[in-house]
Ligand binder design. Structure first.
Ligand code: UT7
Length: 330
């Protein structure tokens, strides 16, 4: 049976390391508060005018190299991000140009923390139908240019970091690859985690008053996000396991979206997974949203925590609200 396999992974993080103490110099917070509530110790920020498509270039190059391919082998690009370089055109088009691939299709996915899993499901469908054989999927975010470094935005600002990660997908007839994807959304919660402005439903889309009110920064109902994440992530993992006739004992590693260490520890316990079967790197990078799952998966492989033949479960929850899972055999 033809399946879609991960042929290569790569990631790129900007060099500037920002500690909790660095943030505490800008607004009222503390290393203790941030670590206790979120597990985050450091995050990375870009320096200067760097967009997501810039961060994506080295991540894509590393993924293509890891796949043993040339950049010219890539037939289609999917770019998952909530922080596109510009309002339009999409960052996939900008990345396509920067990678020197004029003419190939380029698609942006705007599904926030589940963007990588939504993109993976599209790549899987394109590969399985024979439409493309070499698909580059990138998840990348530059959050730092849209965070509010003051007490008003501190609940959100401490959580997020910049970064990029990429995956090359292609067909395989070996016993490995993507076994399933499950995608969900509930738009009733759209305003519980969002950036409102600029908004095409307002005339004009953005005013000085909007900016004075901070409506161009991310806003979040943290408690509701936390509660829904710990409910839906175990559900969507069970859904994935049932669809594949697997049990929790078959899982070698859960690689969850890295939004909050406490959420992921709770999800692991709820599923009955021992701590060593749940991967975390949020301590180092914060929440890198669309980049977080491929970044975590790549580091898990590099550290020997995920190996060829392992059953890996990916799961995410975030803005939309959206939630999703995928089961892979590496
Ligand atoms: O991909 C999805 C992205 N988002 C998430 O996953 C977020 C999920 N939610 C969370 O992780 C938690 O809700 C937070 C970590 C954001 C907040 O933790 P919490 O336990 O829900 O805190 P809270 O919002 O109820 O606030 C508790 C206190 C408040 O002070 P008072 O009213 O008790 O005096 C806040 O003003 O903590 C205060 N606070 C802070 N204090 C220091 C809020 N942010 C900060 C901060 N530093 N950065």
């Amino acid at each position: 049976m033809l399946r879609t396999a991960i042929l290569g992974l790569g990631h790129y993080l900007p060099e500037r390391v920002v500690t909790n103490d660095d943030l505490a110099k800008m607004f009222t917070t503390s290393d203790e508060w941030i670590q206790q509530r979120t597990g985050i110790v450091t995050r990375r920020y870009v320096d200067g005018d760097v967009g997501v498509s810039d961060l994506a270039v080295p991540a894509a190059q590393r993924a293509v190299e890891a796949a043993g391919l040339k950049m010219s082998d890539i037939e289609f690009i999917i770019f998952a991000t909530l922080s596109p370089d510009y309002q339009f055109p999409g960052s996939a088009c900008l990345l396509q140009d920067k990678l020197g691939l004029p003419g190939i299709g380029a698609l942006d996915v705007r599904n926030q923390c589940t963007g990588f899993l939504y993109g993976l499901s599209i790549a899987d469908a394109f590969v399985k139908t024979g439409m493309y054989k070499r698909i580059l999927l990138v998840g990348a975010e530059v959050h730092s240019s849209a965070l509010e470094f003051s007490d008003r935005g501190r609940d959100v600002t401490v959580l997020f970091g910049d970064g990029a990660a990429a995956t090359v997908f292609g067909p395989t007839d070996e016993d490995r690859g993507i076994l399933s994807t499950h995608l969900h959304a509930d738009g009733r919660y759209a305003k519980d985690l969002w950036i409102e402005i600029p908004a095409s439903c307002y005339q004009p889309r953005m005013t000085k008053e909007h900016m004075d009110e901070g409506r161009h920064y991310p806003r979040m109902n943290g408690r509701k996000v936390f509660k829904m994440a710990v409910e839906t992530m175990p559900q969507v993992v069970h859904e994935a396991l049932a669809a594949n006739g697997l049990t929790i004992n078959d899982v070698d590693l859960l690689v969850p979206h890295q939004a909050n260490l406490r959420i992921n520890e709770f999800v692991g316990r709820e599923l009955g997974l021992p701590p060593e079967k749940v991967y975390h790197n949020i301590q180092r990078y914060g929440n890198t949203t669309a980049a977080s799952i491929p970044l975590a998966l790549n580091e898990a492989i590099q550290e020997g925590r995920a190996k060829k033949g392992d059953i890996i479960v990916l799961a995410a929850f975030g803005s939309g609200f959206t939630w999703a899972s995928s089961v892979l055999k590496l």
